[in-house]
Design a protein around this ligand. Structure first.
Ligand SMILES: [Zn+2]
Length: 580
């Protein structure tokens, strides 16, 4: 496992303050390959020289751009690109063959140089994340941290699933913000971005809405790859377009948690198979130039058909069509890996009466060569009992699907940040000995801290959620507010299910106090605002005994709506609840 050396967040190089108070500048968020020259940055009275080990590697140049953007948004900066000046601090980004794939090493070089080395470009990105998180940002600039060592991730699939539907944040926000957010997730160690092409929203591949979606997410996924990340599609193999003829539609499956938008086709009908293959081919061709590293099959919510030929879906219709699709996918993308999800194999009574687990196990024992990972998880605190009792079907690697967005919340993210480190620690502890990673479900960015917590688990399964929370608070806010904000996170989790206790008053006091220690950059960033607004909303709702009334609450909900770009969202309306 990892040779991680746990750093001390926020420690500074006080003895070097004269030269390491840096003010860094940038000219573009992504450092274009054609401009891959060393970057010299004005640093108060000195200069920072950002050196690329391989100037011909465009991914390294893009990672350098991420490093510059991150520092700029945390420090007051001015652009003084004087490349002729003497540099006093050099930061080198390089790929080094002796480092394990995806791992990184941060070390001191000669004459004050800091070297961030990765086994591949992705490793350099994760190393830059560690460099950034262990630095300190003040009103005058940046102080590099003291963390040095080697770190290698334990879990190979450290994905995030961005739900791209209902006009949510990922569909509605300016594309540059989505790209920056994906970069930020990469800095925490995520290595794969999954999105879902929502066929049930479209009349067909060439409908205007579909073209808009495809154009947007081709751009987003291509950007992820330029930063050293992998990408994949998550699709329901029997889900058609809105225009699918009624004659090919499937039979509704039992159980309300399994979902149905009415366009699930019967995978056993030849005419349906033909339409579904056309849909798949069209979709794959759209992503030909981007390149798909993963394809994930999804059984339910939405999906499924319970006709005599398809049922039990998870052991028959679903597995057969997924196996057939895999052959088709890998003709176009030979190295594409396959994730087979088992979401909602159980019904809402926590039973599995239809034999899907047993049937899937039997199916895969005959041939498991087409599957790389089995994904399993459940709503709320549930985890499939079959897996815990019998192990993973065909002993394939297991990945999970943490629900970080919607649990106990309506509207999703509607009250601000929703950190729940204890909840996710409990869920992770049950499976950390058998998990090979996973993909949290995300509807927006209000669960940003939960994403960091899960990334911490995937990097090192024995890392504690509270350690990641501490690192997050130091990095995103300030090392000076860790103690108070740790208490706030605990109170937020206690009040998560909206039975708000008087601890909400203390949380607001602590947030107000912490805010006095923050830089202007941090006070105005969305990550701080969703924390501040959560504290404010909880305090107001405690004092009003849960009533949604008054100008303060309305203004808070309005601001959240703007921060999430949720003005026209459908199922994630941060439109103020019925304010009187
Ligand atoms: Zn059927």
């Amino acid at each position: 496992m990892s040779k991680t050396i746990i750093p001390v967040p926020g420690k500074t190089l006080s003895g070097f303050a004269g030269w390491c108070m840096l003010i860094l500048c940038m000219t573009a968020s992504v450092y274009a390959a054609e401009n891959s020259q060393n970057i010299v940055i004005e640093v108060g009275n000195t200069k920072l020289d950002l050196v690329l080990g391989d100037k011909s590697n465009p991914t390294l140049g893009n990672i350098a751009g991420i490093l510059k953007r991150q520092i700029l948004q945390r420090c007051d900066a001015k652009l003084q690109p004087d490349k002729a000046s003497q540099s006093h601090l050099t930061v080198e980004l390089s790929i080094q063959a002796d480092i394990e794939t995806e791992g990184f090493r941060i070390e001191d070089g000669k004459a004050g140089k800091i070297r961030i080395l990765g086994g591949e470009a992705g490793g350099v990105l994760y190393g830059v994340g560690k460099f950034l998180r262990t630095a300190r940002y003040d009103r005058n600039g940046l102080t590099p941290g003291r963390w040095r060592g080697v770190s290698v991730p334990k879990c190979p699939l450290r994905a995030i699933y961005l739900a791209t539907h209902f006009n949510n944040f990922y569909e509605a926000a300016p594309i540059e913000e989505i790209e920056h957010y994906i970069e930020d997730l990469g800095l925490w160690g995520y290595n794969t971005i999954f999105v879902h092409y929502p066929t049930w929203q479209f009349d067909g591949l060439h409908s205007p809405e579909s073209r808009k979606w495809i154009k947007r997410f081709k751009t987003v996924l291509a950007h992820a790859k330029k930063c050293g990340l992998h990408v994949g599609l998550l699709q329901v193999p029997n889900q058609g377009y809105k225009t699918a003829p009624l004659t090919v539609r499937g039979v509704r499956v039992p159980g309300h948690t399994r979902g149905n938008h009415g366009v699930n086709l019967c995978a056993s009908k030849p005419e349906a198979q033909k339409l579904l293959m056309q849909l798949l081919d069209g979709l794959l061709d759209e992503f030909k130039n981007v390149g798909l590293d993963y394809f994930e099959f999804w059984p339910y919510d939405e999906g499924g058909c319970s006709c005599e030929q398809c049922w039990p879906w998870g052991a028959r219709g679903y597995t057969q069509i997924s196996r057939d699709w895999t052959r088709r996918i890998q003709k176009k993308f030979p190295h594409c890996k396959i994730v087979l999800s088992t979401w909602c194999f159980e019904n809402e009574n926590d039973e599995n009466p239809d034999g899907e687990w047993v049937g899937l196990t039997k199916f895969l024992k005959q041939d498991k060569s087409w599957v790389d990972y089995i994904m399993a998880d459940g709503h709320g605190d549930y985890f499939p009992k079959y897996l815990l009792a019998h192990g993973v079907p065909a002993q394939l690697p297991l990945v999970n699907f943490p629900e970080i967005s919607m649990f106990g919340m309506m509207p999703w993210g509607g009250f601000g940040a929703n950190p729940a480190p204890q909840h996710f620690q409990m869920l992770w502890d049950r499976i950390k000995h058998i998990a090979h990673g996973g993909a949290p479900y995300s509807e927006g960015r209000y669960e940003d801290l939960n994403k960091a917590i899960i990334a911490g688990f995937y990097w090192d399964p024995n890392r504690k959620a509270t350690d990641t929370v501490t690192e997050y608070l130091a990095f995103e806010f300030s090392p000076d507010v860790i103690d108070d904000m740790l208490k706030v996170v605990g109170i937020f989790e206690q009040n998560h299910y909206r039975n708000i206790q008087n601890s909400a008053l203390l949380a607001f006091d602590l947030v107000t106090k912490a805010q006095t220690k923050l830089t202007e950059n941090v006070k105005n960033c969305w990550r701080w605002r969703i924390f501040y607004l959560r504290a404010l909303i909880d305090k107001e709702m405690f004092e009003s005994k849960g009533k949604l009334e008054g100008k303060t609450l309305k203004a808070a909900f309005d601001e959240l709506t703007q921060l999430y770009y949720a003005e026209n969202s459908h199922s994630m309306p941060i439109k103020p609840p019925q304010l009187k």
